[in-house]
Design a protein around this ligand. Structure first.
Ligand code: NAD
Length: 242
C-alpha cells in the first residue's frame, strides 16, 4: 500500500508520513525545497521498515504539480492514499496583497490539490478504490483578519473535497478533510509569547495541538476504520471553534 503526502519534510506532513508508515504504508515524501527535511522523513519511514520515495517540487507553478504526479506514477506507482497537506500562509492586510502573492498562495493551497486529484482520479476510478485526505484549517470555516487569502483557499478546499466526495464516491473513492486548529509547527513560529498564550486560553483543551494529533486524525480518515465516512471535515482543534 502506498501513501502520498505533500509537504512531508516537516510539521504536520512529516507526522502524517510517520503515522501512515506505522500503519504499513510505503510513503511518497514530497517537499518543496527542504531536501534535508525530506531526507530525515524518508530515513524515519525506512527505519519503520517501509519504502520511502522522495520528490522535491515547488507547487507555485501548476505545471510542476502535473509533472510531479507523472513522476510519482512512473517511479512509485498509483497511491492508495493521498494526503494533500502542503500549504502556505501569507498574512497581510487586503490592501497589501499583491496579485502575485494571491496567485502563489492559491496555487499551492488549492490549485495543486485540484491538479493532484485530477491527475490521479482516472487511475483510481479504474482501480475502484482510494482515499484522499485534504488538510484544511479552522480558519477556512471562520475566516480571520489579515489572512483573507489563506482562509479563502482553505474554505475552498473544504467545498472542493465535499464535491469530489459526491463525484468519486460511486467509484469507491473517499474524500475527506481535516481542519486543524492551532498546531505547534514552524508555520506558527512567528507568534509572540503573548499571542500564543491568548490562543491557548481560547482553546478548551488549553494547549496547542501537536503534528501527531493531526496525523492520527488523518490516518483514521485514510483507513478502512473510516470506510463509511466521506465528505467529512474533521475538526482537530482542541475545541477552539466550538
Ligand atoms: P509547515 O510550514 O511546517 O509545512 C508546510 C509544508 O508545505 C512544508 O512541508 C512545505 O514543504 C510545503 N510547502 C510550502 N510551500 C510549498 C510550495 N511552494 N510547494 C510545495 N510545497 C510547499 O506548516 P504545517 O503547520 O505543518 O502545515 C501543514 C498544513 O497544515 C498546511 O496546509 C497548513 O495550512 C495546515 N494547517 C496548519 C495549522 C497550524 O496551526 N500549524 C493549522 C491549520 C492548518
Amino acid at each position: 500500500m502506498l501513501a502520498l503526502i505533500t509537504g512531508a519534510s516537516r510539521g504536520i506532513g512529516k507526522a502524517c508520513a510517520l503515522e501512515l508508515a506505522k500503519e504499513g504504508y510505503d510513503i511518497v515524501v514530497h517537499c518543496s525545497g527542504n531536501i534535508a527535511g525530506a531526507e530525515e522523513t524518508a530515513l524515519a519511514v525506512r527505519a519503520l521498515g517501509r519504502k520511502a520515495y522522495m520528490f522535491a517540487m515547488d507547487f507555485s507553478d501548476p505545471e510542476n504539480v502535473h509533472n510531479f504526479c507523472g513522476g510519482v506514477m512512473e517511479h512509485a506507482g498509483l497511491p492508495d492514499v493521498i494526503v494533500n497537506n502542503a500549504g502556505i500562509c501569507l498574512p497581510a492586510q487586503i490592501q497589501d496583497i499583491s496579485l502575485e502573492d494571491w496567485d502563489r498562495l492559491m496555487n499551492v493551497n488549492l490549485k495543486a490539490v485540484f491538479v493532484i486529484c485530477r491527475d490521479f482520479a482516472p487511475a483510481m476510478i479504474e482501480r475502484g478504490s482510494g482515499s484522499i485526505v485534504n488538510v484544511s484549517s479552522i480558519w477556512g470555516r471562520t475566516g480571520s483578519a489579515m489572512e483573507s487569502s489563506y482562509c479563502a483557499s482553505k474554505g475552498g478546499l473544504v467545498m472542493f473535497s465535499k464535491s469530489l466526495a459526491q463525484e468519486l464516491g460511486p467509484s469507491g473513492i473517499r474524500v475527506n478533510c481535516v481542519s486543524p486548529g492551532c498546531i505547534d509547527t514552524d508555520m506558527n513560529a512567528g507568534y509572540s509569547e503573548e499571542e500564543r498564550k491568548e490562543l491557548e486560553d481560547r482553546t478548551p483543551l488549553g494547549r496547542f495541538g501537536t503534528p501527531g494529533d493531526v496525523a492520527k486524525a488523518v490516518a483514521f480518515l485514510a483507513s478502512d476504520k473510516a470506510s463509511f465516512i466521506t465528505g467529512a471535515d474533521l475538526l482537530v482543534d482542541g475545541g477552539f471553534s466550538i
